[in-house]
Design a protein around this ligand. Sequence first.
Ligand SMILES: Nc1ncnc2c1ncn2[C@@H]1O[C@H](COP(=O)(O)OP(=O)(O)OP(=O)(O)O)[C@@H](O)[C@H]1O
Length: 331
Amino acid sequence: MIRLESLTKSYGKVVALDGVDLAVRAGEMVTLVGPSGSGKSTILRLIAGLDRPDRGRVVVDGQDVAQVPPHRRAVAMVFQDYALYPHLTVRGNLLFGLRVRRVRRAEAEERACAAADRLGIAELLDRYPDETSGGQRQRIALARALLREPTVYLLDEPLASLDAPLRFATRADLLTLHRELGTTTIHVTHDQAEAMTLGERVVVLNRGRVRQIGPPQQVYDEPEDTFVAGFLGSPPMNLVPGGGVLGGGTDLTLGVRPEDLRLDPDGPVTATVEAVEALGSEAVLLTRCDDGTRLTVRTGPRPGVWPGDQVRLRADLGRIHRFDADTGRRR
Ligand SMILES: Nc1ncnc2c1ncn2[C@@H]1O[C@H](COP(=O)(O)OP(=O)(O)OP(=O)(O)O)[C@@H](O)[C@H]1O
């Protein structure tokens, strides 16, 4: 449905994308993640036609869209900065696209109200964008995108400025919407929970290159290299070059996720607790082993240990990841 072929784009000396290949199926929801500057927004901009690739192609439904101007591409993009029309009310913003498409007034009103209801912004319809909060503006932009009924949604951190409860609720809304509408969706996020839940596949990018693509749980369970291992998951996977306290050979880097380490009075690894982060539903211990290796351990909410305590740790041996020490590739 959407195919990116060897997509390459530089801005001056900065290589934003370096040969990205990606195929997104019709109706699929895909998440782009990666550090700041890894090229996520650039991918969306090239699909939307807001920028041109230096090399490579964007193919939509079998057609190379290089010659198709942005307004003729059936994509609706929601940006981090919303891009609402400031001189129109919320209602006006929602109706704008429908008017352009000559939808009858009564029907347009009905659809705009339904979209506003759905995203919980019905009471804001008569306000201007600058009379609403950042989170509300984000919902208005989503409602407007919803009304375009595009073949593809491109969402650039659509939930970024929502507070935690609203973010949780809107995440669920987005999933329901996607189930109902089945519109192909590519979205960018910095949020680990969204990366894990809000897409059938996750694409991990670094420095303009795809590092791994797969169902989120699979990428989480079997990261192909140390970069992906360290990027997906919060707190990140513990990586021990040479194996060290986790055992193993010097030609390996061993990895273990914080939840796969546990406090065990008979555990083989001795460590000192340096900090305890009580997060309510769980706690994260930052520990330092006798050889200086730092290990992060995820425990239940009240681990009963304090900074300065000596503890013993045990890793779930079945869940130790092995990477080549030189290349970082999974072995
Ligand atoms: N218009 C531009 N002019 C110059 N450099 C740009 C431009 N747009 C993007 N870049 C550069 O291209 C690289 C990729 O940018 P992009 O916005 O795609 O990253 P991103 O992964 O979306 O980052 P973030 O998570 O911070 O939004 C960055 O190094 C960025 O500075």
